[in-house]
Design a protein around this ligand. Structure first.
Ligand SMILES: [Zn+2]
Length: 375
């Protein structure tokens, strides 16, 4: 039922279509055509215009063939990170990689290909099943914007399988952290650095003193923190008036996230005010975390499917945010499944072909497992 060569051809085709966040139109149209070829009637939602992109989320519904069975959502995102122009995929035995100057785009075009192949198998098979919703989101990599802006009154499901994981088949990410983003605007006072430096307050120095006080990196087994951007000053002969430092913190524990965020703010205030600078602090929640127990149906179905095919089911906590975070907030029990992609967001990104194929077999069997359980 799952066609290896067809999947490889489709993957090679998709990765050569550039699809950065907010500019997924061409990629979406290729997926739309594949869905139409399957006899489905895919449509776009309004999210494209809401986020200033050229394309909304692409949705296709496979109607239920029986009553009383759960609705399953299958999700992958259409956008990739940069550099993504002129990707030239290279196939070496069981591995697909880029030519080295770009990413490959397996994150998340492997997920898109897996879902399309599973839909083909489901269309060909008229076994009793509940509704299957395929949701291809936009702008995942630039802040989960497609998932955040989705109209959940139109798209509801009992469970979602997000095909956006790495190796190896059988592995599921069933928990993800909460995350905050912080912007510290440090205000000093400009002065001529050679003539009257004592009249200035150096905002770069003030920010540095604050950052130096912070505990950053991996805080414990469920929390991380980072200052990732710093921008200040205008010339070497001017005491810099303003410096903006931007950072983040993540934790599977909301309390720890709150504590770390406050710790970083306190350090920045002490460091800056210690030399007379002022700080404005902006803290925003990037996304909420989730934790799905191994006993939950979403995990049980995928685990049973993995076992049925001889793969080892394994659950793990992830360190990143994905569309799954947003689905869980909206009451859809969503887990992330392995696709066979490795080293995402790097020029060394690869896809293992046999793992992608096995991932499709796993997802198909997972849908069968879901439909073996009346609601
Ligand atoms: Zn991804």
């Amino acid at each position: 039922m799952i066609g290896r060569d067809r999947m490889v051809d489709e993957f090679i085709n998709f990765v050569q279509i550039d699809s950065p966040g907010k500019a997924e139109r061409e990629m979406a149209e290729a997926v739309q055509q594949a869905l139409v070829d399957l006899g489905l009637r895919p449509y776009y939602d309004e999210v494209g215009s809401a986020i200033g992109g050229n394309c909304g989320n692409l949705i296709a519904r496979l109607p239920a063939t029986a009553d009383g069975l759960p609705t399953v959502m299958l999700n992958a995102h259409l956008d990739t990170v940069a550099p993504s122009q002129d990707i030239r995929p290279v196939i070496e035995d069981d591995i697909i990689r880029s030519s080295g100057e770009t990413i490959l785009g397996a994150d998340d075009k492997a997920g898109v290909v897996i879902i399309l192949e599973v839909l083909r198998a489901l269309v060909a098979d008229n076994a009793p099943r509940g509704e299957v919703i395929a949701l291809f989101t936009v702008a995942e990599e630039i802040g989960l914007l497609g998932a955040i802006n989705l109209d959940y009154s139109q798209v509801q499901a009992d469970v979602a399988y997000v095909m956006d994981g790495g190796p190896t088949v059988g592995k599921m990410t069933t928990a993800a952290p909460y995350a905050n983003r912080m912007v510290y605007t440090v205000k000093g006072k400009a002065a001529h650095a050679g003539v009257c430096p004592e009249q200035g307050i150096n905002s770069i120095l003030a920010a540095s003193k604050g950052i130096a006080k912070m505990t950053l990196g991996r805080m414990d087994d469920e929390s991380t923190a980072n200052i990732g951007l710093i921008d200040g000053g205008t010339a070497t002969n001017i005491v810099p008036e303003q410096t903006v430092a931007t950072g983040e913190a993540r934790s599977h524990s909301l309390q720890k996230l709150t504590d770390q965020t406050e710790h970083m703010a306190q350090c920045m205030r002490e460091g800056a005010e210690g030399i007379g600078a002022e700080v404005e602090i902006e803290e925003t929640r990037s996304y909420d975390g989730f934790a799905i127990p191994d006993s939950a149906p979403a995990v049980q179905w995928a685990s049973a499917a993995a076992e049925a095919l001889g793969f080892v089911p394994q659950t793990e906590r992830g360190g990143g945010g994905s569309d799954a975070n947003i689905f869980n907030v909206h009451g859809i029990s969503a887990i992330i499944m392995a696709t066979g992609a490795r080293d995402p967001h790097t020029l060394q990104e690869t896809l293992c072909i046999s793992e992608m194929v096995d991932s499709a077999r796993w997802l198909l069997e997972t849908v069968h497992q879901v439909n073996s359980t009346p609601k």
